[in-house]
Ligand binder design. Structure first.
Ligand code: ADP
Ligand code: MG
Length: 706
């Protein structure tokens, strides 16, 4: 790093801390955005842009603290004729000293109008170097704005001049040495800019068209590199260890199908055919089964497991929580009761003695199906002949864990099930090495859950509705977001709320409480009591979120619904409507929040419009895929499954929401290349092998490409 022009030890240290270690890292340190004439609005025209995000250029005038209802800093910005205000509510000291009178700045933010007076609250600020203002205003040039932070600014690497100078120097020295990895044929048929041009242009675009072409090339690259890894991983898994070629004949499965109290849906039959097709093949199965809540994935998995058992193999079913493990265990034992299949439950709570006994029975093959949580991978469970691994509710498990269980045996078939529909683009990246089956149909007897939004002041009505449902022989959930009171968020804690509900609202009914801090035995006891109808209303935190199945529960009341993400709300709603009874989901929130009564800053406004969009989406749609897409739009794909989703690839420039079409192309290209030339031996692929190979190998722990 220190060999770079303009980088001494001080700068090197700060750059390293920011994750920039090499010249290559700097070439790939892309501008966060650009200032160009096409996005700049003259101050005099701001009144036409109310509510929109724009960039304005001007000179700093007065800087003043105003003690209004809420203390704020007001900075006046002027051009030749007009002026506007920049308003800051937080960090007043910082901002006060950040501005200098007479300095030229570009500000970007949402335009707010009071009469004809325009203002922006907490805008993005870009200080302009001398002459730069003129450069992009008068010549139509495009100025890159680099991401920076306080540390980087201290060593002169500010968003503009500092980074531009450094990157300019790096380009001069290293650009010529960049090696293209696509063959000319690929560049041509994908109409991609050469790498050299793309990198040069992204740092100093002559015009918007060229900039877009450069971005497209670099976005394509990100998707291509990821897809190449996925294609290689898929290839490795398919080729490395031979899998088991099961025979499709399974008297036990056939027997079960006949005894089921329902007919399998067409979608269930179709995915079962796909799964059995994989199982018959000698290559290990690697399939994702997607299906909305209640679509009936469990019975599909069970039939596949019976097929494996009839072929003399064992199966493992892995789920994220103890409650779910126990539920699956009970469902399965109930269904296979007299089919002479031995099913066992393995959890973290069992005594050492129990575990040892169970371990021995698994190791000698007496146990056919093992249901468990992470304990299955964490403990040293040895299977006699593990043939099929089913992982339920996949998004709760990291990709790492997926690999872990696989390592247990030579090459069992793996079926991954997820209840949350995943937007296609996301599943192509997260599960891109899996084949995908989708159950896109709910059992015919299902009625759509009716969903309504209610406000805190309507709770009386909500409670009497719950009461009526219980009088009609049904059960209800009332869900709260947290267990203990949080001062900041002013949330009603489930425990306290439970006491109130029991003592004053439903004193004559049987209530139960379920929350995450309870011991597993306690949870199990409560859940069992609810299932056995010894409890009318289950007050709960989100622990009931995934997979829990109580057919008579017809009402789901979610309090502080605004605190939940869409995926979570959808999961919760999926707990009701699991039989032929009409079910209801009531989202309770505060009127003030819903109608944006309290938004002050732009962030607050966005937050509130997001929460309203979440609730409205829930009310208006029961289509899991639609809900997942809205969720991805609101939260961005990276956050979609929360921090637990460690396997999510970080993109520098690509964005799954906007660039799905490029993803598809890059993926097709990568998979085609690996299919035709898995070792990347042909001269056409030498660039990919030599430039991308080492990077990919590092990330995959691969040895197949040499
Ligand atoms: P999920 O896909 O959410 O895991 P489950 O497998 O738990 O759904 O199934 C939900 C409920 O629907 C269970 O009670 C199950 O017995 C029932 N079920 C499954 N398939 C059918 C079907 N084809 N017809 C009617 N009910 C079904
Ligand atoms: Mg399930």
């Amino acid at each position: 790093m220190a060999q770079l022009p303009g980088v001494g030890p001080g700068r090197a240290r700060v750059l390293e801390a920011a994750g920039i270690h090499t010249a290559w890292d700097l070439l790939y340190y892309f501008p966060r955005r650009y200032l160009d004439r096409s996005t700049i609005v003259p101050m005099g025209e701001l009144h036409r842009y109310a509510g929109l995000v724009v960039t304005v250029v001007g000179r700093v005038g007065s800087i003043a603290t105003v003690r209004a209802r809420r203390k704020r800093l007001v900075v006046t910005l002027r051009d030749q004729r007009w002026s506007m205000e920049l308003v800051f509510f937080q960090g007043l000291h910082y901002w006060q000293s950040a501005f200098k009178e007479g300095e030229d700045v570009a500000v970007s933010g949402e335009v707010q109008l009071y009469g004809r007076r325009a203002s922006m609250v907490h805008p993005d600020i870009d200080r302009l170097q001398d002459g730069e203002t003129l450069a992009f205003i008068n010549t139509g040039g495009i100025v890159p704005v680099y991401p920076s932070n306080a540390e980087l600014e201290k060593v002169g690497l500010n968003r503009h001049g500092g980074f531009r100078k450094l990157i300019h120097a790096v380009l001069q020295r290293h650009l010529a040495g960049l090696r293209e990895w696509y063959s000319p044929a690929v560049l041509k048929s994908e109409t991609l800019l050469p790498l050299h041009d793309a990198i040069e242009i992204i740092h100093g675009p002559p015009d918007t068209d060229r900039l877009n072409a450069a971005k497209e090339r670099l976005i394509f690259d990100e998707f291509f590199i990821l897809s190449l890894q996925l294609a290689l991983r898929k290839r490795m898994q398919a080729g490395a260890v031979p899998g088991i070629a099961f025979t499709a004949e399974s008297p036990t499965a056939r027997d079960l199908v006949h005894r089921l109290p329902f007919e399998l849906t067409a979608a269930q039959k179709r995915v079962l055919r796909e799964i059995v097709g994989d199982m018959r093949r000698a290559q290990p199965m690697n399939r994702l089964l997607q299906g909305d809540v209640g679509s009936g994935k469990t019975v599909v998995a069970l039939l596949a497991m019976l097929l494996a058992v009839d072929n003399g193999h064992q199966c493992a079913l892995m789920v994220p929580t103890e409650i779910l493990a126990e539920q699956h265990f009970r469902t399965i034992t109930g269904l296979v009761d007299d089919l002479s299949i031995r099913v066992e439950l393995l959890t973290g709570q069992q005594s050492a003695g129990q575990k040892q006994q169970l371990g021995a029975a698994i190791a000698n093959g007496d146990v056919h199906v093992v249901v468990g949580t992470h304990a299955l991978i964490q403990e040293a469970v040895q299977f006699h002949r593990l043939g099929l691994v089913v992982i339920d509710e996949q998004h709760r498990f990291g990709v790492m864990q997926r690999a872990d269980l696989r390592g247990k045996a030579t090459a069992p078939d793996v079926l991954v099930m997820t209840a949350t529909p995943i937007p296609r683009t996301l599943s192509m990246t997260l599960y891109g090495d899996l084949d995908v089956s989708v159950i896109d149909e709910l059992p015919a007897n299902r009625k759509q859950v009716k969903t309504a939004i209610r406000f805190d002041e309507d709770l009386g009505g909500v409670h009497s509705f719950v009461r009526d449902e219980i009088a009609a022989g049904n059960q209800a959930y009332i869900v709260f977001p947290l267990v203990s009171e949080s001062e900041k968020l002013d949330l009603k804690a489930a425990t306290e709320e439970y006491e109130t509900l029991r003592a004053s609202v439903f004193p004559d009914l049987r209530l139960g409480l379920l929350h995450g801090r309870m011991k597993p035995e306690e949870k199990d006891a409560i859940m069992t009591a609810f299932k056995k109808r010894q409890i009318d209303i289950l007050v709960s935190t989100t622990v009931i979120e995934v997979g829990v199945d109580v057919p008579d529960a017809t009402v789901m009341v979610i309090e502080h619904a605004e605190r939940f993400g869409l995926a979570q709300l959808h999961q919760l709603r999926g707990r009701v409507g699991r039989s032929d009874k009409q079910a209801y989901c009531i989202l309770v929130t505060s009127k003030r929040l819903y109608f944006a009564g309290k938004a002050r800053t732009t962030e607050e406004q966005k937050e509130i419009s997001d929460l309203r969009r979440r609730l409205d989406t829930m009310r208006d749609s029961t289509d899991g895929f639609r809900i997942a897409e809205v969720d991805m739009e609101i939260r961005g794909p990276g956050d979609l499954w929360g921090t637990q989703q460690s396997g999510y690839p970080a993109f520098r420039i690509a964005n799954l929401l906007e660039h799905g079409h490029i993803l598809q192309r890059a993926r097709d290209r990568a998979f085609t290349i690996i299919e035709e030339d898995p070792q990347l031996r042909s001269p056409e692929h030498s660039g990919i092998r030599e430039v991308l190979g080492p990077r990919i190998r590092e990330q995959l722990g691969l040895s197949t490409i040499s």
